[in-house]
Design a protein. Structure first.
Length: 249
């Protein structure tokens, strides 16, 4: 890392730095996801959608929606329910908007540039609140979970699909070598972005493992919390239900 990049990280807030990362990697985001996860992110999302069991007409807000793959899956599963994709990166939203247009889902999906820490919606608005591969990037994950819980209806689901930490050796060592050494190199080779892809593994270092995150979900008041480690713990699905008596945080 150059001195300039190091100084940039220390002078910017986490939120500002993360924003700059995703603004810059947007053009190659989908390609890099496929390459770096060996396309497993598609299988993880398919598993998640099966567990969510979205019904016709259900509504959802997809936080940190990126280029909108999950937002689109939610819309297609619902068929008619209103979907909102929210992200703070306009570049990401622009790429997502093009996908939505191609699928003729503009009337069903609304894209909003906004902050996951403070959602511009009333309490008890959606059936689902989702966040995919982004909870580790937010400044305060507990605040984001509270906001997700606030905007879902009583009985609604708060859902996180996120990278996690394998615990089984030797797979754990292989995974960390790939994630910390190979991934940034591929980012440089394919997307011409080394520092951005070097930072992504760093974002996982202090992130809770799947058991710790499940405890955080429960401590925030969510009920019937379920955690599903995926692909040896490389990723994890967390789901929690908003209680019927909870009016919002």
């Amino acid at each position: 890392m150059t001195k300039t990049n190091s100084k940039t990280k220390t002078t910017k807030t986490k939120e500002e730095f993360v924003h700059s990362v995703f603004e810059s990697i947007a053009p190659k985001y989908d390609l890099m996801n496929n390459i770096l996860s060996f396309r497993r992110h598609k299988a993880w999302r398919k598993f998640t959608m099966k567990k969510m069991n979205v019904q016709p007409g259900d509504t959802a807000i997809d936080l940190c929606c990126g280029t909108c793959d999950w937002t689109i899956s939610l819309a297609q599963a619902s068929g008619s329910g209103k979907m909102v994709g929210l992200d703070f990166s306009q570049n990401m939203l622009d790429y997502g908007a093009e996908k939505i247009k191609q699928l003729h889902l503009e009337q069903q999906i609304e894209l909003i540039r906004g902050n996951a820490m403070s959602l511009p919606f009333d309490d008890n608005t959606f059936d689902y609140a989702t966040i995919g591969f982004a909870l580790r990037n937010v400044p305060d994950l507990e605040q984001v979970i509270r906001e997700m819980q606030r905007v879902v209806k009583p009985g609604g689901l708060v859902v996180s699909l996120e990278l996690s930490k394998p615990t089984w050796q030797p797979f754990k060592s292989i995974y960390y070598f790939y994630f910390q050494r190979v991934l940034p190199f591929l980012g440089k080779l394919i997307a011409k972005k080394y520092e951005q892809y070097k930072w992504l593994p760093e974002s996982l270092i202090h992130f809770p493992d799947h058991k710790q995150l499940a405890t955080i979900f429960t401590n925030q008041g969510l009920e019937s919390v379920q955690a599903y480690p995926l692909t040896g713990g490389v990723a994890a699905l967390h789901m929690g239900t908003k209680g019927n008596t909870k009016s919002g945080v």
